[in-house]
Design a protein around this ligand. Sequence first.
Ligand code: F6R
Length: 366
Amino acid sequence: DKGEHRHFMAKEIHEQPEVLGHAISAYVDPVGRKVVLPEGGIDFSKVTALTMSACGTAFYATLVAKYWFETYARLPVETDIASELRYRDVPYREGGAALFISQSGETADTLAALRDAKEAGQQVGAIVNVPESTIAREADALYPTHAGPEIGVASTKAFTCQLATLASLAIAAGVARGVLSREDEERLTGVLLEAPRHVAEMLHADKSLEAIAAEVATARDVLYLGRGGSYPLALEGALKLKEISYIHAEGYAAGELKHGPIALIDEAVPVVVLAPRDAVFDKTISNMHEVMARGGKCLLVSSAEGLAEAARGGKVWGEIAVPEVDPLIAPIVYSVPVQLLAYHAAVAKGTDVDQPRNLAKSVTVE
Ligand code: F6R
């Protein structure tokens, strides 16, 4: 049942404040302001290194989580797509843990990579949306994402709930490893608990994105740029656009642009710049100005403060305002404009949004 929405994808995008609330309350005690993980799970106080793997959108969740585990838990992290990891001869570290992320819990490559890690003696955790799935059953520890059934082929709410679950785990790991103080834990859990409210606020801007998305929909190629935690979102934005609107798109780390892709820039290529006001904001904006100096049309996604600051360097082609949030939850909140842009571009093109061509919801063959 799509309710008032035209597509399951739209319904699932709009469900995010609610399901994020479910995901976060599964791991965060709002009164005690602490992360409470299920009994018998991974003991992060003893973990020497972390490997994370998944496919597609779930893989981008591992890239965001890499920043979190490094920053908040000071844990060495390796991530790779499951179809590569399973065929590499990985020298897994003694005492290591491995996390596998999957909406369906049935993705063949992810399952195979999980089995290899387990055989190599890693403690294996599954972050899955379907708790009865094979990946959930075969893992040593299960961390459900609580997004509820996802029908649209393009992953939306499953992704943000994966992020919320991974953020909780990273905070828990930081506490267990003595990296985060009690005050840090209180502050970070407080920030995480605010994520659903900011996502809801972002969703109020849904309608206002339609016009800009309709313009993006006329492009042949689109670039997405971001740094830090926004780099994986640039990859996710490009994947979402390709997958449902069939527009060619590429995500790049903003600093990598001058090493090749800047040659693509002309007035016909929209460049979506994801720039929360974090430690690398100025760097991203200066990369955006390089694009503008070459005639590129930039669509800047930032907070009102960030948009105002960037405007001093020249007027951008388009703007999307996002609530100003702590860097911890920026990847969750910035997922929403990325999803809405792809959704409205696909609607403008008239593609089959919930059932894009050539794709299946669950990829059980390699
Ligand atoms: C993209 C998308 C896919 C999945 C990927 C993994 O919108 O949905 O890239 O993320 O096929 O699927 P799961 O998470 O079921 O393992």
